[in-house]
Design a binder for this molecule. Structure first.
Ligand code: AMP
Ligand code: ZN
Ligand code: FE
Ligand code: FE
Length: 277
């Protein structure tokens, strides 16, 4: 079973790299990619554990871009073993902006009387970790303001809610190009969650090489629509569970959402083919 969308504690996942590999293997996965948000910090630990367990591992990433004020997640795969300095510098900036955003979210919440402790939150974060809203959501649950992560997003953290801070950042086309320059293959993550087909079309026109067809949040209609788009536009197809670990609310897909073998082989071929620059 192939799963090319998995998170660890290097971003907002709840499984350490070693736990993730163990959990993936228990779920029947034989080929996996770790795709943390805006960080490659888990690459070595995941690939070492995967090698020890006889699991194939592809280094990956999930980068947040911005289109029309909306977050667009772009996956990247098949980077070489060596990190690309330009991409790493870009990811450093992305993580610095995540930190800025989190501080601003906490400031806005405190202005409406919802107090959570930033210092305690930050003190627990190892270097290289990509901070995200799930961290604030967990703190809101812990402090008793809400009963669940989902409620934290619904009441405070989603667009239009009092704690929402719009992101700044690179465009989708810029991120796609950065991934290509670093030797990777970019894929638009969960296009069905975007709710904006114009953005999908724009990125395809900008040279998007692949698209995530298989994702737990995709309806059967989404899956069919993006499969058809991939065929029509000659795009690679990716897929995975977007697993965020036990208790994350995002664990259902593990062992269920998988990428067909033929799509994986095609993606690998795309990665090996010389790309026009
Ligand atoms: P951020 O990286 O700060 O933009 O936070 C986005 C992450 O929060 C996503 O990758 C999900 O893991 C999580 N997330 C977003 N919306 C929700 C939601 N409604 N309920 C639970 N988790 C969510
Ligand atoms: Zn996430
Ligand atoms: Fe995502
Ligand atoms: Fe993800």
């Amino acid at each position: 079973m192939i799963d090319l969308h998995l998170h660890t504690t290097a971003s907002d996942g709840r499984s350490t790299p070693a736990d993730l590999v163990r959990e993936a293997q228990a779920a029947g996965i034989t080929t996996m990619a770790v795709t943390d948000h805006d960080t490659t910090a888990a690459w070595e630990a995941v690939s070492a554990e995967a090698a020890a367990r006889g699991i194939a591992c592809v280094p990956g990433i999930e980068i947040t871009a911005v289109e029309d004020g909306r977050d667009v997640h772009v996956l990247g795969y098949f980077f070489g073993a060596r990190r690309a300095p330009d991409l790493e510098a870009f990811l450093d900036d992305q993580r610095a902006d995540r930190r800025r955003r989190l501080v601003e979210i906490i400031r806005r919440l405190s202005a409406i009387g919802v107090a959570i402790d930033v210092a305690a939150l930050e003190a627990r974060q190892p270097p290289g970790r990509a901070l995200g809203r799930p961290l604030v959501a967990a703190a809101l649950v812990e402090a008793g303001y809400v009963a669940s992560i989902a409620e934290a997003f619904d009441r405070y953290l989603s667009p239009g809610r009092p704690g929402f801070v719009p992101r700044r950042g690179a465009s989708g086309a810029d991120v796609i190009e950065r991934i290509a320059r670093a030797g990777g293959v970019a894929s638009l993550a969960h296009p069905g969650k975007l709710g904006d087909e114009a953005v999908v079309q724009r990125l395809v026109a900008a040279g998007l090489p692949a698209i995530e067809v298989h994702h737990p949040d995709h309806t059967p209609a989404d899956t069919a629509r993006y499969r058809a788009l991939a065929t029509r536009a000659d795009l690679g197809v990716t897929g995975g569970s977007d697993y965020h670990g036990p208790g994350s609310g995002r664990e259902d897909g593990l062992g269920r959402t998988r990428l067909p073998e033929a799509d994986f082989e095609r993606l690998r071929a795309l990665a090996a083919a010389p790309r026009p620059t």
